[in-house]
Design a protein. Structure first.
Length: 165
């Protein structure tokens, strides 16, 4: 197939295409040749994943969005992207371009808001610590060991808070 020069800044260069082309699956269909070259479709897939736009917004220079999406989805289902990635990683590792060391700096690792000293809600508050004799259960009939007679204050609280329900 003939080569298509990279027309945009983020499209594959000839050197990059030469590294990827042998890894691509060979089509088995006979008949009419494809209207869009795989390089254009792959550039369309790369454009879409880089920009994060919907598939329908893929520029026409990469082919119809249905063709770009169809190639992406069929290769995703067939495991072609994983095979290409692993083959490129093996080549880069053999050339010494990849170092498999991971370093995590805690200044950029974000923690959950509760880990950052946010206000805590619940029964374990500093002004009402759990387990002390001064803390009492919410209702006496839930915790019979709390002592005291069973009583219900529903009617009294209902009369006071009549409009809050």
């Amino acid at each position: 197939m003939t080569s298509v020069a990279a027309s945009r800044r983020a499209d594959l260069t000839d050197e990059q295409w030469a590294a990827i082309e042998p890894l691509l699956p060979v089509g088995k269909r006979t008949g009419r040749p494809p209207k869009w070259m795989k390089r254009q479709l792959i550039d369309g897939i790369r454009w879409r994943t880089r920009v994060g736009a919907p598939w329908r917004d893929v520029p026409e220079r990469y082919g119809p969005w249905q063709s770009v999406y169809g190639l992406f989805r069929s290769w995703q289902r067939g495991g072609v992207w994983e095979a290409i990635l692993s083959a490129l990683q093996i080549c880069a590792e053999a050339a010494g371009d990849i170092v498999w060391e991971v370093s995590v700096d805690s200044t950029i690792a974000r923690a959950h808001q509760h880990a950052a000293g946010a206000r805590k809600r619940g029964i374990c508050r500093s002004n009402h610590p759990a387990g002390l004799p001064s803390s009492r259960p919410t209702t006496a009939w839930v915790a019979p060991a709390a002592g005291g007679p069973r009583n219900c204050t529903w009617r009294a609280s209902r009369a006071v808070n009549r409009w809050r329900c």
